[in-house]
Design a binder for this molecule. Sequence first.
Ligand SMILES: [Zn+2]
Length: 259
Amino acid sequence: MFNAFRVIFSIIMCSILFNNSKVFAEIINRFEVEKYGDVIWEVPSKKKQVAITFDDGPDPVYTSQILDVLKKEEVHATFFLIGKRVKKYPEIVKRELREGHEIGNHTYNHPSFHTISRHKVVDETRKTEHLLDPAHHTDYIKLFRPPGGTVTEKNLKVLKKEGYKIILWSWHQDPRDWTNPGAQRIASHILTNVKNGDIILLHDSGGNRSQTVLALKIILPKLKKMGYEIVTVDELLKMHPRYNEFHETKMEKKEEILP
Ligand SMILES: [Zn+2]
């Protein structure tokens, strides 16, 4: 049945074509796929938990500023990293891990993900995975976020085979911080729309992210005041009804790679 789904997710971060998320909502077949848990937009539950994610790092200027804010507020976040930047700034990634944050794969070169071949998908993800986890641990769920949030049916199959859980973001939690709309506006967007289980999209690289840093200083204390616990994506996934099956998938992957 799964093969029958024609899936094109196109939240194109850098494209004006997809400025209107309602247009996007009509294109995709989210609700056909979401029930299987292969692609995650959010994890609604009764628990007042949200996850904050940062894409496109590590960045030599802004990631450390973000880490400082997270440390001060004693909050853990999830960073979706670009492999070539990990290679350039490994110390920043070490700090992320040392301070208890979670890291995920965001390809090696950040290509237009819906246009690349299966072979390239494997190449882009494995190259980054080798940097993120050179020891090839299997005791955690491998997280992947496609550049621009774009996944085709073909790529989804490849990513599943590679053992990834695809993490997108709540459609109402994209404050488009990369357009620099103002720190207050970024913060208001998040705080006004927040719901249990949200996955919030921010960026720690790709330009001047000082508004994101400032916004974070507003968002974190306010979310706490509103009673929200800020957790990593993996922590949030524990509230997913199929979380145990996610682990089973991972174990199958382990067997596959054994000689
Ligand atoms: Zn990106």
